[in-house]
Design a protein around this ligand. Structure first.
Ligand code: SF4
Length: 363
């Protein structure tokens, strides 16, 4: 298979669905960790094609959504410093912080610029040597290596005005925290495809070993996801729990060793705050001491102010899979993609946005 269309062939999808329906006799409550999977599942209406024994839950794997308001407020405060150029990926612009958003402070005169890669941010630092340039480092293991590479590049070039605000998160500790909380009982985990491209499928072995939960890494096309569900249901039916890969074209057991090396040379793990989950040990990445001069939090003096949560928003519960977006009283009335109250409605990978856009066909 070489092309995307081949992963959307309806006769193959129907064959997989028939097979899942035939073999599935036990309750199979599966969580897709990744927001990209949530969107694909909703967009292609996969949930209602599966037998009633299979229940799908959406997890916290949207990096924009899990960024805590206190951390977002730091970015907004940094953007207001004199001379500052704050660079960010587009999804973060509209996310409401405690009192404002990056978009609003930009409208008020702050120099907040949209970039498509860290290389764009580095270029801005080269072109504006007298001004500080901060890159807002949001994302999981998927994006952290490119941010680490930008820091190494800045050091090599002797750029003194390039910094990052590292709000990066690593996923396995968040899964562990979810499972330890006991709030949600799972029979299977659809492991994130892009994250596993970097971490490798071995990152999930503790879930199968310590919690007895089958794990399968999935790609993002309908056939990828259905194959993943099939593999999970087979394990559940045989009372097995191991890690498998249904995304061989992207993921290896050992991951991307070069990317892991770059990350490990630049970052160290640290506690991080996840929206709805609080502080999770070892789930964040901060720059190592030797790279402190690139760390915006260490270099700049700024006050993000007290943290306020959006009133009425239940993003935290949605991210922990204890409620669905439809259970939020603001869903699709007060809160829409045009007027988002919380980040799960802003992000293209957010559950609330996916329910809003595809809810009629996706549930
Ligand atoms: Fe928050 Fe809006 Fe989602 Fe409700 S619908 S949980 S207010 S983002």
């Amino acid at each position: 298979m070489k092309f995307v269309d081949e992963f959307r062939r309806s006769e193959l999808s129907q064959g997989l669905i028939r097979s899942i329906s035939r073999i599935s006799t036990r309750k199979a409550r599966l969580m897709e960790f990744c927001g990209g999977h949530t969107v694909a599942i909703m967009k292609h209406g996969l949930r209602q094609l599966l037998p009633p024994t299979v229940e799908m839950l959406s997890g916290p794997g949207c990096p924009v959504c899990v960024t805590d308001n206190a951390d977002l407020d730091k970015a907004i405060a940094l953007a207001g410093l004199p001379g500052m150029i704050l660079t960010t990926f587009g999804d973060m612009l509209k996310v409401p912080g405690s009192r404002s958003s990056l978009q609003e402070v930009r409208a008020g005169g702050a120099d907040v610029r949209l970039v498509y890669s860290t290389m764009d941010a580095l270029q801005m630092a080269r072109e504006n040597p007298s001004r500080p340039v901060v890159f807002l480092g949001i994302g999981f293991e998927t994006t952290a290596p490119t941010v680490a590479a930008s820091v190494l590049q800045a050091r090599q070039e002797g750029l003194r005005n390039y910094h990052i605000l590292s709000l990066h998160k690593v996923c396995p500790p968040a899964i562990k925290a979810l499972l330890e909380s006991g709030e949600v009982k799972l029979q299977g985990l659809i492991c994130p495809g892009h994250v596993s491209t970097i971490t490798g499928s071995r990152a999930w072995e503790f879930v199968a070993r310590d919690y007895g939960i089958p794990c399968v890494v999935s790609g993002f096309e309908p056939l990828d996801i259905l194959q993943c569900v099939h593999m999970l249901v087979e394990q559940i039916e045989h009372s097995e729990s191991r890690v498998e890969i249904a995304y061989r074209r992207g993921v290896r057991e050992e991951g991307n060793l070069k990317a892991l090396d770059i990350m490990a040379s630049t970052f160290e793990v640290a506690p991080a705050r996840w929206r709805g989950m609080g502080k999770v040990p070892d789930s964040g990445l901060r720059l190592k001491k030797e790279y402190e001069r690139f760390d915006a939090e260490a270099v700049f003096d700024f006050d993000p102010g007290p943290t306020l949560e959006p009133e009425g928003c239940i993003c935290g519960e949605v991210l922990r899979a204890v409620k669905t977006p439809r259970e939020c009283p603001l869903f699709s009335t007060v809160c829409t993609p045009a007027t988002p109250v919380g980040p799960c409605m802003v992000s293209a990978e957010g559950s609330c946005s996916a329910y809003y856009l595809y809810g009629a066909s996706g549930e």
